[in-house]
Design a protein. Structure first.
Lengths: 353, 390, 318
C-alpha cells in the first residue's frame, strides 16, 4: 500500500548545557557532516528537508529560520518546519515521500532547553485562560499524573524505581546520555522525594541537543550508492488527546494505544519509548501491550537525556541504530508531546535481508 | 512508484477579519472558520481523518504550541494533529501539508486551519524583541522589507506611485469581500500617496493591517469527492515549497531564487507553459503594496523589471489580464498565520465559482501564493475547476 | 590557548497579553468576579470545572453553565518544592486536581499546606478568594483545608467579564554563536572581524556558524574596514513597544569595504531625506570607555564625504 521507505542515517548530540546560540546551527553543521559521511550522500541527494523546534524554547520568534543556514540552502531547497518534536517532522517528510513528489528527506530537530526555565516555560502549553495563569509547571502536571496511577494501583513506586535504575544502567555505555551509571532500584528509592510523588531521577534531566535523520524511498535515484544499513518503516501513526486534563484518564494513554494499534506492534523485539517521567514508561508499555520479552530503551531513554524537540526523533534514531547493528529484527519507536502524554506517535521498523 | 491520488478543496470557511475580535476566544475564532468550512463541504467532524493547523510565532498569542490546548475546538482528539510553522508562508505550507496527506493516499478528508489572533499582543513587539549584542534598529516587518522595496524601485525604474495603485486597487476589491478587515470606500491612489510615510519608502496606506482571523479548508481525495454531493471542487494541480537563507552574500533579496524556483516547478507540475495566459487569477501574498509587482516578476507573470507595468496598466484589476488579490488580499486583512491560507482558499473559491462579488468571471485556474521570513520561504499552489488533464 | 566560551546576555520576553473570552469563558470569569464557581455541563451530563469551551467528545460548544461549590475533594496532587515565579504561592505548596461539590471533573489549582505530609487524596479543601476579584482564575488565590468556616456567599451579579490580562514574563540566557562571539569581542578592541567561507571564499561580517550557501562554518579571520557603502535603507517613522531609538531614524544596510555581505546599522550626521543608495559612510565609535562586546560600540555611521559608490559596485548586494 505505502511506498517503502527506510531510515538510512542518524546523528545526534545531547548535552546538559550547550554553550552556543539558541539556533543550534553550530550543532547542526557537524551532525549533517556526520550524515554525509555515514550515508555517502551529499545535500543534492536530499529531496525534502523538514525540522522541528520551538520558538518558546529559544525565547524568540522565528527561531528556526537561522537553522536553514546549516543546510547551505542556496540553491534553494524544498523545506518545511513543524512547531513540534522532530519526530513529527519525520512524519511530514515520510508523507511527502508517499506523495511521490520527492524520494528522500533529511529531518532535523534542535532545542536549547537550558536557555530558559524549562518546566516554567512549558506551563505555556496549558489552557491560557484558566490554567497557565497559575503557572502549572510541567513537573507538577506529571506528578499529578503519577499519583493518579500510584493511588489507583495501576503501577507502584518500585516499578517506577526499576524503570529509572534500568535506564541509568543501560545509559552507562551511551556517550550521548547525561544522567547515567549503574544504579539499582534500591538506590533510586533511597533518594528523597522531590515533587512528591516524584524523585528527581523520575524526571528527565533538562537537556540541550540536536539530531538529524535521513530517510529514503527504495526507488530513490541515489539509493544504490548508499553506504550502511537500512531500517525499513513498517508503520507510522500519531494521535492527540483532549487538552483539558480533567477530561482524560491520566493513568492510561489512549492516543498511544490507538496509534500503536494502527501502526502494528506485533512481533517487535525492541521498543524505544519517549517517557520524560519514569511512570510514563509504565503507562506507555501498557498502552502498547508490550510484553516483558521486549527490550525497552537500551539507549537509556529520555530519563537519561531529553533534549526537547529532538528526544522523540532520538527514540526513532536509537531504535534504527539497534536494527542496523543487527540487535533488533523489528523495533518500535515512540515520541510524545504536550502535558502528561497528550500527543503520541508510534513508528515501527524492521530489518530486511 | 507511489499512491499519488488527486486531491481537491471541497470546503472553504473564514472568519470576519477584524482588528480585534473581542467577541470570541482563540478557540471561538478558529471554530467560526472551521464550522463554515465543514458546512460548505457538507461534512461533520466524524468525516474528518486528520487535522493540520498552522500559525505564525507562538509569541503572538503567548501560548506555546496552542494546538495542544485547542485540541477539542479542532475536533482533533483521537485523530492525528500536525502543527506547521514556516513564518509568514505558514498558511500556504499548512494547506500543502494537508493536501499531501490526501495525495499520499493516507487520508480521505483532512481539515486544515490557520489563524492568528494578533490583538492578544502586538506583532511589532513580538518581531522586534531585541537580540543582545546587535543594533536595535530592527522595526518589525515593515522595517525589514522597506529597504528591499527601495532596491526594487531602483532596479526596475518603476514610477514611485505604483505602490499606491496596488493599495487603492486592493482596498477597493476588499469592498466586494464581506470578510475583509479594511472596508474603506474612500481609498484612492491620491489618498494613499497622501498617507504618512511610515517606513520610507512604504506609506501607511501601503501596509497591511493587523488582524484577528482564521480560515479553514476541507481537502478530500478524488474518491471522497466522487462520493460527495460537491459538484464544484477546486482540484489541486500542483503544490510547491522552497526555502533559502535569510541573508547570504550576494543573495537576491528583491527577486529571490527560492520564489523563482518554486514557481518554475509549480508551472511545470501544473502543465502551465505561459502563466499569464493560462492562469485566470492569482491571490498573491502582498503585505506591502510594492510586493505585487515584485512577485509578478518572481512568479514569471512578467519579465524582471516589468511587473509594475502590468500593475500600472490595470491588468491586475478584477477585469484585467491577470487579476491579483480580488479578495482585497493581505493589504486588506492580515491575520498573519492565516494570511497564506487565505490566499490558497480564495484561489479555491474562484475556481469553485463561489467568490461572490469578487468573482473573476469564468475562472478555471488560479494561483494561491504565500511567502515568509526575509522573503525566503515560499509556498504556492495551483487549483483548477477541472481535474488536471496532464 | 584557553578557548573562551561564547558571549552570554540576559534576554527578557515580557508581554501582558489581552485575551478576549467568548461566551463560555466569559460566563466562568464573570462568576469568579462575584466569587461563584461555574461548571460546564458536558454532552454526557457531567459537570466540568472550569467549563471547557468545547465538549471533548462531540466537540460542540459548551453552552450550559451550572454553579458548583467552592469546596471540594482532592483527587490527585503534586508537591511543588521549588515554586517558580507567577505560581499562586512563593513557598512550597501543592498543585491538586479538586472535584468541587456539584462537579464531576476536577479543577486544577493550588492548595496551601505547610508540607506534603499535610495533604492527601480525599482531603476536603475550600477556596481562598482574593479580596477584590477581577474575573480571572487567580481570583481563587488557592485552596486550603476545609475547616469549619461558613460557605462563601456569591456577591451580586455584575457586568459581564469580557477579557483577561495574562502577563507572560520569561527570562532567558541568550548566547551568541562562537563565531559571533569572536566578532563581538573584536568590537571590544575596536576591530571589525569577519570570516571567510572556506568553500565560496565570501567574507561574512559578522562571521557565521554556517555559511548559508555552503553549510560549513566560516573560518579564516579577515579584518574589514569600518567604512563602506549604504546599499539600501529605510527611514523608520513608526513608534512601537520596546523601541530603543527615537524616530525618525535611518536603518541602513552597510556593505563594509572588504565584506561580501551588508549589515544593518543606524545612519546619522545627515538629514534622513538626504540618505541615498550608494552613500559612502564611516563608523562613528562611542568613547572607548563605553565599549563593550557589542555592535553598539559603533554609535552610528555618518557620511565620509566621498562621492557616492557606483550602482554597479553594489547592485549584487541588493
Amino acid at each position: 500500500m505505502t511506498r517503502d521507505v527506510a531510515i538510512v542515517g542518524f546523528a545526534q548530540r545531547q548535552m546538559k548545557e550547550f554553550d552556543g546560540s539558541p539556533t543550534c546551527v553550530e550543532l547542526l553543521v557537524p551532525i549533517f557532516q556526520e550524515l554525509w559521511e555515514e550515508t555517502g550522500w551529499t545535500k543534492s541527494d536530499i529531496g525534502f528537508w523538514c525540522s522541528g523546534s520551538s520558538d518558546y524554547l529559544a525565547g524568540r520568534a522565528f527561531s528556526f529560520v537561522s537553522a536553514v543556514d546549516a543546510i547551505g540552502a542556496l540553491p534553494p531547497v524544498m523545506e518545511s518546519h513543524v512547531e513540534m518534536d522532530a519526530a513529527w517532522a519525520l512524519y511530514e517528510a515520510w508523507v511527502k515521500i508517499q506523495t511521490g513528489l520527492v524520494d528522500s528527506a533529511l529531518v532535523y530537530g534542535f532545542g536549547k532547553s537550558s536557555a530558559g526555565e524549562l518546566r516554567r516555560v512549558l506551563s505555556l502549553q496549558m489552557d491560557p485562560y484558566t490554567v497557565t495563569p497559575l503557572w502549572t509547571d510541567a513537573v507538577s502536571v506529571a506528578a499529578i499524573q503519577a499519583r493518579s496511577g500510584l493511588e489507583s494501583g495501576t503501577f507502584d513506586e518500585a516499578q517506577m524505581a526499576e524503570v529509572v535504575a534500568r535506564s541509568m544502567t543501560d545509559a552507562a555505555g551511551n556517550d550521548s546520555a547525561i544522567r547515567k551509571g549503574a544504579t539499582t532500584a534500591d538506590d533510586v528509592l533511597a533518594q528523597p522525594l522531590y515533587a512528591d510523588p516524584l524523585r528527581r531521577w523520575d524526571c528527565a534531566p533538562v537537556s540541550d541537543g540536536a539530531a538529524a535523520m535521513i530517510i529514503t524511498a527504495a526507488d530513490a535515484p541515489g539509493f544504490d550508492k548508499l553506504k550502511g544499513n537500512k531500517a525499513w518503516i513498517t508503520g507510522f501513526e500519531h494521535r492527540v488527546e483532549p487538552g483539558a486534563l480533567n477530561s482524560r484518564d491520566l493513568k492510561v494513554s489512549e492516543s498511544t494505544k490507538s496509534a500503536g494499534a494502527a501502526a502494528g506492534v506485533e512481533g517487535i523485539d525492541l521498543a524505544e519509548l519517549h517517557a520524560p517521567f519514569s511512570h510514563q514508561e509504565l503507562i506507555l508499555k501498557d498502552a502498547l501491550g508490550i510484553g516483558d520479552d521486549v527490550r525497552i530503551n537500551p539507549s537509556g531513554g529520555a530519563l537519561t537525556a531529553n533534549p526537547m524537540f529532538t528526544a522523540g526523533l532520538n527514540r526513532i534514531g536509537e531504535a534504527a541504530l539497534e536494527v542496523w547493528a543487527g540487535n533488533s529484527q523489528r523495533a518500535l519507536a515512540h515520541a510524545t508531546s504536550g502535558p502528561a502524554l497528550q500527543q503520541n506517535l508510534v513508528l515501527t521498523m524492521e530489518a530486511r535481508a | 512508484m507511489s499512491n499519488h491520488t488527486l486531491a481537491a478543496v471541497i470546503g472553504v470557511g473564514q472568519t470576519h477579519h477584524r482588528a480585534k475580535r473581542s467577541d470570541v476566544s482563540m478557540a471561538g475564532l478558529l471554530r467560526e472558520a472551521i464550522d463554515r468550512a465543514m458546512t460548505d463541504a457538507q461534512v461533520t467532524f466524524n468525516d474528518i481523518d486528520a487535522i493540520v493547523i498552522g500559525k505564525a510565532p507562538d509569541l503572538f498569542e503567548g501560548v506555546m504550541m496552542p494546538e495542544l490546548y485547542l485540541a477539542e475546538a479542532l475536533g482533533a482528539p483521537g485523530k492525528p494533529l500536525l502543527r506547521v510553522h514556516t513564518a509568514g508562508s505558514v498558511g500556504g505550507s499548512t494547506a500543502i501539508v494537508a493536501a499531501s496527506l490526501v495525495e499520499a493516499g493516507i487520508h480521505e478528508r483532512v481539515l486544515t486551519v490557520a489563524f492568528e489572533k494578533q490583538s492578544e499582543s502586538n506583532a511589532m513587539w513580538a518581531l522586534s524583541v531585541p537580540v543582545p549584542f546587535i543594533m536595535p534598529v530592527h522595526a518589525g516587518a515593515g522595517g525589514y522589507f522597506a529597504p528591499h522595496v527601495r532596491s526594487y524601485i531602483r532596479r526596475s525604474g518603476a514610477p514611485t506611485h505604483i505602490g499606491a495603485i496596488v493599495a487603492a486597487k486592493d482596498r477597493q476589491n476588499a469592498l466586494k469581500n464581506p470578510y475583509a478587515h479594511l472596508q474603506n470606500p474612500d481609498t484612492t491612489v491620491e489618498s494613499v500617496l497622501a498617507s504618512q510615510m511610515l517606513w520610507d519608502p512604504i506609506r501607511y496606506d501601503e501596509t497591511c493591517p493587523s488582524s484577528d482571523g482564521a480560515i479553514a479548508l476541507v481537502i478530500a481525495s478524488e474518491d471522497a469527492v466522487a462520493k460527495s454531493d460537491i459538484k464544484n471542487p477546486a482540484w489541486i494541480h500542483g503544490t510547491q515549497m522552497r526555502s533559502e537563507p535569510t541573508t547570504a552574500a550576494e543573495r537576491d533579496q528583491v527577486n529571490p531564487l527560492a520564489g523563482r524556483d518554486a514557481s518554475a516547478a509549480l508551472w511545470k507540475q501544473a502543465g502551465i507553459k505561459s502563466p499569464i495566459d493560462e492562469i485566470d487569477c492569482a491571490e498573491i501574498y502582498v503585505p506591502f503594496s510594492w510586493f505585487e509587482p515584485m512577485w509578478l516578476e518572481n512568479l514569471g507573470f512578467a519579465e524582471p523589471g516589468d511587473g509594475w507595468k502590468l500593475t500600472e496598466a490595470g491588468e491586475t484589476r478584477i477585469e484585467g489580464k491577470i487579476p491579483v488579490n480580488m479578495s482585497g488580499g493581505v493589504l486588506s486583512s492580515n491575520p498573519i498565520g492565516a494570511s497564506g491560507m487565505l490566499r490558497f482558499g480564495e484561489a479555491a473559491l474562484q475556481v469553485m465559482g463561489e467568490a461572490g462579488e469578487h468573482q473573476v468571471e469564468g475562472a478555471k485556474k488560479a494561483l494561491g501564493h504565500a511567502y515568509g521570513g526575509g522573503s525566503q520561504f515560499f509556498a504556492m499552489w495551483v487549483v483548477g475547476a477541472d481535474k488536471p488533464s496532464h | 590557548m584557553t578557548e573562551l566560551g561564547t558571549l552570554h546576555a540576559p534576554l527578557k520576553v515580557e508581554f501582558d497579553y489581552t485575551r478576549s473570552l467568548g461566551p463560555t469563558l466569559s460566563g466562568f470569569m464573570t462568576g469568579l468576579k462575584r466569587r461563584q464557581i461555574l461548571g460546564g455541563v458536558l454532552s454526557d451530563g457531567t459537570v466540568a470545572v472550569p467549563p471547557p469551551e468545547y465538549d471533548g467528545t462531540t466537540f460542540d460548544p459548551i453552552t450550559e453553565l451550572r454553579p458548583v461549590a467552592d469546596v471540594g475533594v482532592v483527587q490527585s496532587w503534586a508537591w511543588v518544592p521549588e515554586p517558580v515565579p507567577g505560581q499562586p504561592l512563593d513557598k512550597p505548596f501543592a498543585f491538586a486536581q479538586i472535584v468541587l461539590d456539584g462537579a464531576d471533573k476536577a479543577l486544577l489549582h493550588a492548595v496551601a499546606v505547610d508540607s506534603a505530609a499535610d495533604i492527601q487524596t480525599g482531603m476536603r479543601v475550600r477556596a481562598v478568594w482574593a479580596d477584590e476579584p477581577v474575573g480571572a482564575i487567580t481570583d481563587i488565590r488557592w485552596f486550603e483545608p476545609e475547616g469549619d468556616r461558613a460557605a462563601t456567599v456569591p456577591g451580586p451579579e455584575g457586568e459581564a467579564v469580557e477579557g483577561i490580562i495574562a502577563p507572560v514574563k520569561l527570562a532567558y540566557d541568550y548566547a551568541a554563536s562562537p563565531e559571533e562571539s569572536k566578532f563581538f569581542r573584536g568590537l571590544a578592541d575596536g576591530k571589525l572581524i569577519g570570516q571567510r567561507c572556506p568553500v565560496c571564499e565570501k567574507v561574512y561580517v559578522p562571521p557565521r556558524g554556517a555559511c548559508p550557501v555552503d553549510g560549513v562554518p566560516t573560518t579564516d579571520e579577515v579584518e574589514v574596514a569600518d567604512h563602506g557603502t549604504v546599499t539600501t535603507f529605510c527611514i523608520v517613522n513608526v513608534p512601537f513597544t520596546g523601541q530603543q531609538i527615537p524616530i525618525p531614524y535611518v536603518s541602513a544596510y552597510v556593505l563594509l569595504d572588504g565584506a561580501d555581505i551588508a549589515f544593518l546599522h543606524l545612519i546619522l550626521g545627515i538629514e534622513a531625506a538626504d540618505v541615498r543608495m550608494g552613500l559612502r559612510v564611516k563608523a562613528v565609535w562611542k568613547p572607548r570607555d563605553e565599549w563593550g562586546t557589542t555592535i553598539a560600540n559603533i554609535s552610528h555611521f555618518e557620511p565620509t564625504g566621498e562621492p557616492d559608490a557606483d550602482y554597479e559596485t553594489y547592485k549584487v548586494h541588493l
